[in-house]
Each structure stands twice: as structure tokens, then as C-alpha cells.
Design a protein around this ligand. Structure first.
Ligand SMILES: Cc1ncc(COP(=O)(O)O)c(C=O)c1O
Length: 459
């Protein structure tokens, strides 16, 4: 029998928790999750929670306790656990072809093991292309304010979140930003319907300012996730695509959160009219049952790396050790199979719309809610202290609400020390198997918590 008190004590003493100020453990025990089934998890103290985060960071998309994934991974590991991706593997080959079937126009898959790493692969490819096809000038990458692309220094250099970056500089040269696309806080002071989608046009300004001959790619989340759940307006991506084509800039879409079903399409970008040159993905690929990420590109980009006789270095000289683990593509294949068999994209569209309607209803009840955004089973509630001025609540309010939800048996997430002022969005991403009754339970808890917190905030 596991002694849970001992586990909690060991955790408290030796584990360095991610993105967590450890002072809270002076007065609280860390939460240690010990089991899960469907959308529910249980901690070492016996508390159960409805998990509206898919594992804290939008990953466990098909839910906990899927023995068929665990069995498939086990069988594969016994047969062949690992060989470097210089060689192929049965699950790798099968997964790559199943994946690109869902991604018309894209055909090559490069395996690695985290979202940050998948993005770094693109940055390396872009830089190498600049050398192969010029004197290395067209290497710069433009990113968007409020987007997040990962934890490694290159990925963080392309992240538009000031507090995530603070104290980790200096950053890698060659990355610069253009404006975010959050209508609720339009950087141009415009209203959707009477604007010229200036937020998308701003990409052209950024390219011209850097010099089009120096810009190799732009990287964007299809829907900004951790930066506040910000879906763009429908006109947005066609404008971005046209600007990229005009200046011969490659378009990289970071699907680490939206990829593999979260928004009701296989990929977030498929909600919009756009054809990316690179797509990266991680989190939901194997639904959290194994670590895997993919960098997917076109045959056209792949062919630009064909060895040239005059240059011994012209192929992509990159390796990711754990890109050769077979657990990832095995769990990835099972995840795709489950999504198809259980018609989960359909479920995400229907139950996701129901969740967002529920958030709208909460908005009409509580002045604390300034804006509701999302797509599919991916939602955000932005909190304000004054609806007229749209003044954001301090981060402490979002922390308090998330903690109060947890006390009531609901796990939610939030913008977490990402910006100097806008850490005020609650984020929701239940597993793609969520039912209306799960959403009702979630909305019921939220309503009680908002009622309690609204009173204490206005008191
Ligand atoms: C959009 C996006 N890209 C990249 C990453 C980095 O992924 P990883 O933590 O697997 O490196 C994240 C992580 O939250 C993310 O949200």
C-alpha cells in the first residue's frame, strides 16, 4: 500500500513544481494526483475533481484511464521500445501517414518530444533555408504579442508574454513581434465590423520594418491559448496568408494546444481559410499517455533540403533523442482512432457550443465577467473590475476564483503570470469526451463561486 502522507512529504521536500511559487507550500500541501477516470481525477487526500483543464495544460484530450492506449503502448514497448529516428519504426510510419491524411497539403512529419522542441525545429529549418538559398539573411521570425511558443530560450524568444520572458533574457536575435488580435482589447481602439482588421495588417508593418529580405517566417497560434484564449475573426488568417505570400515568408502555425480536435476540427487552423507551411503539435497528440511532438511541413519545404553536391551540410542536421520513442506514435495512433470511433470532433462542436452559451449566461449574471471567448471545448472568461472601462481584475482575483473552484471540486486554469496586467482570464479545456451533464456540473460550480466571489469583491 502506498503511504500517501509519505508521498506528499517527499514531494514537498524534493520536487520542484512547475510555474509555482513554492511559498504556498509553507501553509498548504502540494496536490498530488493519484488516479483518473474519464474527466475526473483523485488526489492523494481522497478528494475528487472534475478536471476542466485536461491535465492542467490542455493535454489529456481523450480522458483518463484509457486502458486501450496503455495496452497498445505496453505491447509496443515490449516489441520495440526505442531506436533513434535515424531509422524508422512501425508506429512512426503508421502515425505519420494517419496524421497527414488529416492535413491536406502537408506531407512530412518530424518527431521530437515537446511543443517547444517542435517549434525550435521550425526555427532551425527556417534559418538553414536562409543559408541554403541566400547568404543567411532571410532568417528572422515574426511572432505575435500574447502568443506562447515554449520554454526553451529560442521558443521563449518568440513568445509575446512579458512576464513569461521577464528575467530570462537576453533573448536570441532575429525574433520580433506584431500586434495581438484580441478584439476586446483592440490595440487600435477599433470595433470589429467597422475596422480594417488592422491587427492582421500589422504583420506587413512588422515585415517592412525588419526588411522583407530578412524575414523567413511568421509563427502564430491558431487561437492564442495561455495568453487569454483569443480566437481571431474570420478575415484574419486570409490576410496573414496574403501578406506571407507577398513577401515570401513561410507561415508556421503552432497547434500545440489546438491540435488534434480541441476546437472541433482536427486542427485549429482548419477553422479558418489558411494553408500553413509548417504545423507544430504536442500536448493532445498522444493525449498525455506518452511524450511526443511533431513538426509537419510540405513536400515543397522538405525538398528544399535535398542534399546538394556542392554543400555537404545541406540536409537537416538535427536529431531529437526521444523523437525515436515508439510510445508516442503508438499512443498518437490510438488517440486518432478513439477520436474517430467516438466521433469526438462532433462532440466538441456540440458540447463546446453548449459550454460557451453557458459562459454567456454567466456573463449576463455577473458584472465581473467582461468577455467570453473560445471555440470548441476551449473557452476563456476574462474578468474585469469595471465593465465600462474594461479594467482587468488583479491576478489575485483569478487565483482566488481558481482556488475556490478547486475547493468546490472543479479544476480550472488561468493566465498565469504571463503579462504585467492581463493575468485575468480563466481558461477551460475539458477533455473532448465531455458531456452536457459534465458541463452543467462545471457551470453550476462556477455560478456558485462567482456568486460568492462577486459579493466578496464588491464588499
Ligand atoms: C501554444 C504552445 N506552444 C508551445 C508550447 C510548449 O510546449 P511544451 O511545454 O510541450 O514544450 C505550449 C505549452 O504550453 C503552448 O501552449
Amino acid at each position: 500500500m502506498t503511504d500517501f502522507n509519505e508521498i506528499i512529504a517527499s514531494d514537498k521536500k524534493h520536487v520542484w513544481h512547475h510555474i509555482t511559487p513554492h511559498e504556498i507550500f509553507d501553509t498548504n500541501d502540494p496536490m498530488v494526483i493519484v488516479s483518473g477516470e474519464g474527466l475526473r481525477v483523485r488526489d492523494a487526500k481522497g478528494n475528487t475533481f472534475l478536471d476542466a483543464t485536461s491535465g492542467g495544460v490542455w493535454s489529456v484530450n481523450v480522458g483518463y484511464g484509457r486502458t486501450e492506449i496503455a495496452d497498445a503502448v505496453r505491447d509496443q514497448l515490449v516489441e520495440m521500445c526505442y531506436f533513434a529516428q535515424t531509422a524508422g519504426s512501425i508506429p512512426g510510419a503508421k502515425y505519420a501517414s494517419a496524421l497527414v491524411e488529416k492535413m491536406p497539403g502537408l506531407s512530412r512529419v518530424y518527431f521530437s518530444n515537446s511543443g517547444s522542441e517542435a517549434n525550435e525545429k521550425v526555427y532551425k529549418m527556417v534559418r538553414q533555408l536562409a543559408h541554403l538559398e541566400g547568404a543567411g539573411e532571410k532568417y528572422k521570425i515574426i511572432f505575435r504579442e500574447r502568443d506562447y511558443h515554449g520554454t526553451t530560450i529560442g521558443a521563449l524568444s518568440s513568445t509575446g508574454q512579458s512576464e513569461r520572458r521577464a528575467q530570462y533574457g537576453p533573448f536570441v536575435p532575429g525574433f520580433s513581434s506584431f500586434t495581438h488580435c484580441c478584439c476586446y482589447r483592440c490595440p487600435f481602439g477599433k470595433e470589429y465590423g467597422s475596422c480594417n482588421i488592422e491587427c492582421a495588417q500589422d504583420l506587413e508593418r512588422a515585415i517592412l520594418e525588419e526588411g522583407p529580405d530578412t524575414v523567413g517566417a511568421v509563427v502564430l497560434e491558431p487561437i492564442t491559448a495561455g495568453g487569454g484564449v483569443i480566437p481571431p475573426v474570420p478575415e484574419y488568417f486570409p490576410i496573414i496568408q496574403a501578406i506571407c505570400r507577398k513577401y515570401d515568408v513561410l507561415l508556421h502555425i503552432d497547434e500545440v494546444v489546438c491540435g488534434v480536435g480541441r476546437t472541433g476540427e482536427w486542427f485549429g487552423y482548419q477553422n479558418y481559410e489558411v494553408s500553413p507551411d509548417f504545423v507544430t503539435m504536442a500536448k493532445g497528440v498522444a493525449s498525455g499517455y506518452a511524450a511526443i511532438s511533431c513538426t509537419v511541413t510540405t513536400e515543397e519545404v522538405f525538398n528544399r533540403f535535398k542534399p546538394a553536391e556542392s554543400d555537404r551540410l545541406s540536409y537537416f542536421r538535427d536529431i531529437s533523442t526521444f523523437g525515436g520513442c515508439t510510445a508516442g506514435p503508438t499512443a498518437g495512433l490510438k488517440t486518432l482512432e478513439i477520436l474517430e470511433r467516438e466521433q469526438l470532433l462532433q462532440n466538441v462542436k456540440q458540447v463546446g457550443a453548449y459550454m460557451l452559451e453557458g459562459f454567456d449566461a454567466l456573463k449576463s449574471e455577473f458584472a465581473l465577467i467582461g468577455d467570453v471567448r473560445g471555440k470548441g471545448l476551449f473557452g476563456g472568461i476574462e474578468l474585469v473590475s469595471d465593465r465600462k472601462t474594461r479594467a482587468p481584475v488583479p491576478e489575485s482575483v483569478a487565483i482566488h476564483i481558481a482556488a475556490e473552484c478547486a475547493r468546490n471540486g472543479l479544476l480550472i486554469s488561468r493566465t498565469n503570470r504571463s503579462f504585467s496586467e492581463l493575468n485575468n482570464t480563466l481558461c477551460f479545456s475539458p477533455a473532448l469526451i465531455a458531456t452536457r451533464s459534465d458541463i452543467d456540473e462545471m457551470l453550476g460550480i462556477l455560478e456558485r463561486v462567482f456568486a460568492k466571489c462577486s459579493t466578496s469583491i464588491s464588499a
